[in-house]
Design a binder for this molecule. Structure first.
Ligand code: AMP
Length: 480
């Protein structure tokens, strides 16, 4: 299908051409028509599928059609997003796709001064992209009113709920007129997301481009069983491989992220960290350097990485496995963006083995184990993979120009190769292997629930805009 077949107006088609998009991605194909006709939508899609354009293009078209109407600009569209990075990115997309339409948008999020954001709103905007905390704050000060909004988008609703924003979201939605078009996007359709969708959407069309919790099938996944202390040299070794063009490394905690940066620095490998303890400016700087390629390695926590949309992330490395299996799917989705291939490598120490099992259950396949590497921990063979089941066929974005951008071309791994033949590209050379380190038995010392800080795992706290978090949230915030 071509964009021209989607009944989009010329100024939008031009913007899409300017971006180099040749054909719509599956979610764009499915969503744009119904959204243009005013339907509500429940979208099950991760970032990387082209979902922002799927909702931004029809919204812009609706606004552009009404541009002939006289009078001052009114706030017509509200987009809620869980994190600052995602909010900024969505706003950027509205500006890119809407550059020939005269539609004005602005973004508001916490962690930075409110004045420039307030000035932008005062100048008049059609579209406001916001994180819930800062929006409520400005609404409380009487600086933002939502009574003219006729289109509401909730992006990454699952993460918004995970971050404990449900009450804020409901408070905000209560002030938006009920006569509206509502769109809700989520990477997974957990029961609480479905409940919210049932309350907010009216007879929605449902689109799903990646069946919930199915791992993106173009990503070549592997796991290294290592001791905690060997994660450091293993990471250094992997990052020395020039095939790692751009790596996003995940740690479970902010402190862990800083530690990895420090250790890499000692090893002469430049890396930056992005997490909730960094100022917004530091986060933006780190992300910009990573995007421009000045910094090849970015260390991130789950929340900070939400919505990171960087082309050419060749590798996602899970320095620590997440204790929430959904997060694994979100993390590895940072590579293989918009139709390209990618590589996801996970380190798994003895305590993380239950997490690996949970992940394998969720993605319904075993993550191939890298064997015979220099840091192999004893007991790797004892890991029982989750039983293999038929992998539901995920629809992928159509081929795009991005595929031609020199990503490592990995074979597609529809089903894991047999363990004994699995040899990821990053495997250390035979001649510099050292004997495998010994490792206590595979049984973890604590259960995964005991490993969690109280409630934090179930409801990670926002890194966004809450100045006065209750004690429970402060605990969780520190964890993330
Ligand atoms: P999203 O899922 O909205 O985060 O989009 C992921 C990436 O796909 C972004 O970098 C977009 O610029 C890109 N993208 C969106 N639509 C298309 C398309 N039709 N063809 C190629 N790339 C696209």
């Amino acid at each position: 299908m071509r964009f021209e077949e989607l009944n989009l107006i010329e100024p939008l088609l031009r913007a899409v051409r300017d971006e180099g998009y040749t054909e719509p991605t599956p979610i764009q194909e499915q969503a744009i028509g119904p959204l243009l006709s005013g339907r509500d939508m429940l979208g099950c899609a991760q970032t990387g599928t082209g979902k922002t354009a799927a909702f931004a293009l029809p919204i812009l078209q609706k606004l552009a059609a009404d541009k002939g109407m006289t009078g001052p600009r009114k706030l017509r569209v509200l987009v809620l997003a869980p994190t600052r990075e995602l909010a900024a990115q969505i706003n950027e997309s509205f500006q890119v796709y809407g550059k020939h339409t005269g539609v004005a948008s602005a973004v508001i999020f916490g962690g930075v001064g409110q004045e420039p954001q307030v000035r932008a709103i005062r100048r008049g905007v059609d579209v406001l992209v916001a994180t819930p905390g800062r929006l409520l704050d400005l609404m409380g000060q009487g600086l933002v009113k939502l009574n003219t909004v006729d289109t509401l988008v909730l992006d990454e609703a699952d993460r918004m709920l995970d971050m404990g924003f449900v009450r804020d979201v409901r408070k905000i939605v209560a002030t938006v007129p009920t006569q509206r078009q509502t769109l809700l996007f989520s990477a997974t359709m957990a029961p609480d997301v479905q409940e919210l969708a049932e309350d907010l959407l009216r007879n929605p069309i449902r689109v799903s481009v990646t069946p919930s919790a199915t791992t993106v099938d173009r990503i070549v996944q592997s796991v290294y069983h290592v001791t905690t202390s060997d994660k450091r040299p293993l990471l250094e070794e992997l990052l020395r491989d020039p095939k790692v063009e751009r790596a996003l490394v995940f740690t479970r905690t902010k402190h862990g992220a800083d530690k990895v940066v420090k250790n890499l620095d000692k090893a002469g490998i430049e890396a930056l960290a992005i997490h909730g303890n960094k100022s917004q400016n530091a986060r933006t700087r780190a992300l910009d350097r990573f995007k421009s390629g000045e910094t090849r390695v970015l260390i991130a926590t789950d929340i900070a990485a939400r919505g990171i949309d960087v082309d050419g992330v060749s590798h996602v490395i899970n320095h620590d496995l997440p204790n929430i299996p959904d997060s694994y799917v979100h993390r590895i989705g940072r590579t293989a963006r918009a139709g390209a291939d990618g590589i996801a490598i996970s380190f798994c120490d003895a305590e993380e083995r239950p997490y690996l099992r949970d992940i394998e259950k969720l993605i319904r396949k075993a993550v191939p184990v890298v064997k015979g590497h220099a840091f192999e921990a004893n007991g790797a063979r004892e890991v029982a993979p989750a039983p293999r089941q038929a992998q539901p066929q995920a629809r992928r974005p159509q081929s795009s120009q991005r595929q031609a951008q020199g990503r490592p071309q990995q074979p597609r791994s529809q089903a894991p190769q047999s363990r004994s033949t699995q040899r990821p590209a990053q495997e250390p050379r035979r001649d510099d292997r050292r004997p495998a380190t010994s490792q206590p038995p595979a049984a973890p010392r604590r259960s995964r629930h005991e490993n969690r800080p109280p409630q934090a795992a179930a409801r990670p706290a926002p890194v966004a805009d809450r100045g006065t978090a209750p004690p429970q949230e402060r605990i969780a915030r520190d964890w993330w």
